[in-house]
Design a binder for this molecule. Structure first.
Ligand code: KG4
Ligand code: ZN
Length: 332
């Protein structure tokens, strides 16, 4: 059975094809060049670029997989959360294909998709501690099943990826900032600036990144001849220190033996190296690099599981939602 999956919640247009549960083709049209002029995603431009990209991309993936639309038995698409204009393009395209061609349809929540990105290539049992760290989200969940999520921690202000992007913008490094900072920091072994670790010692699983971002901006103002390698490495060490501390705290508190990281920041080399060293009895899982950033693979994989368990959704009744909380919120 072939499944066609769509993701367009932010600035990546991504389409994937699965044969049963195996991903056979995935293509993503990035908009980094457009948004790098502004140091962040411009929603109106993102929606327009999705509109331009989606049809050629759709033909490309069908061609690469060597299948026709009539071979496709299931279509899945991200419906929430995200930029409304971006969501609309991918979701309505997917719905139209499903309705006109009488193909089964399943909607997928973007964050639930991220939380299953590592599952595309690894077998990971439930329950697990699921962490999504991206440009729009910094959230910690207990994931009990494909459709059972308990939100236990979140950033009270900026997402961690957003902090990377803003620090990169302050230093004129380009967009997205995460991979650029990651690369620069890999070459630095010198002394670090002692940036603050907001919320680190608060006895809950919440985080905050706006104070760290402000501390970096004040440092730049006071030290105009700063060393760029030292600055971004110090920012990264502070940002990842709080994150890994909270992940460890949550895993121990809830006695979860599996920790699954996802989202764009899960591609970070410092995080990928450091986190596994903090756990002895637990296993830490990261997605393959190509499934860290927004991608249709994670939407297709989870969509197939949801369809198998609950059947199809009526595409005529599925609408995009800019904000939508996943699961129930637990307050410690
Ligand atoms: O998951 P994603 O593609 O989109 C959202 O849902 O937000 O994540 C994009 C974010 C950006 O903020 C980007 O700077 C960050 O992930 N990112 C990284 C790295 N690669 C991407 N942050 C730190 N280190 C990286 N290697
Ligand atoms: Zn995302």
């Amino acid at each position: 059975m072939f499944t066609l999956a769509f993701e367009s919640s932010c600035d990546d247009t991504s389409i994937a094809i699965f044969k049963d549960k195996r991903l056979i083709t995935m293509k993503t049209a990035s908009q980094n060049e457009i948004h790098s002029l502004y140091g962040g995603v411009v929603p109106e431009l993102a929606a327009r670029a999705h509109t331009q990209n989606i049809l050629p991309l759709y033909y490309e993936v069908l061609k690469e997989a060597n299948i026709k639309l009539s071979d496709v038995k299931l279509i899945t698409a991200t419906y929430a959360p995200g930029l409304i204009g971006s969501l609309l393009v991918g979701l309505e395209f997917a719905k139209a294909l499903a309705i006109i061609n009488n193909i089964k349809f399943k909607k997928v929540h973007h964050i639930a998709g991220h939380l299953h990105a590592a599952h595309i290539t690894q077998k990971i049992d439930y329950p697990f501690l699921g962490v999504t760290v991206s440009g729009g989200h910094t959230t910690i969940y207990i994931v009990n099943d494909i459709d059972k999520y308990e939100l236990i921690g979140w950033s009270l202000d900026d997402a961690v990826g957003e902090a990377y992007d803003k620090v990169a913008k302050m230093c004129d490094l380009g967009y997205p900032g995460g991979p650029i900072i990651d690369k620069i920091a890999q070459n630095y072994n010198g002394e670090l600036i002692d940036f603050p670790r907001p919320m680190k010692y608060k006895k809950n699983f919440n985080l905050s990144y706006s104070g760290l971002k402000t501390a970096v901006s004040i440092y730049i103002k006071n030290n105009p001849n700063y060393n760029i390698e030292q600055l971004v490495s110090s920012f990264q060490v502070a940002a990842i220190d709080v994150l890994t501390h909270k992940i460890k705290l949550a895993a121990k508190y809830y006695n979860l033996k599996r920790i699954v990281i996802s989202g764009g920041v899960s591609a970070n080399s410092h995080l990928r190296k450091l986190l596994p060293t903090l756990f002895k009895d637990e296993t830490v899982y990261f997605p393959e690099m190509k499934y860290c950033m927004d991608n249709a693979g994670m939407i297709g994989y989870l969509g197939i599981l949801l369809y198998e368990k609950y059947g199809e959704d009526n595409p005529k009744t599925v609408n995009p939602k800019a904000s939508s909380r996943l699961g129930v919120k637990l307050n410690k």
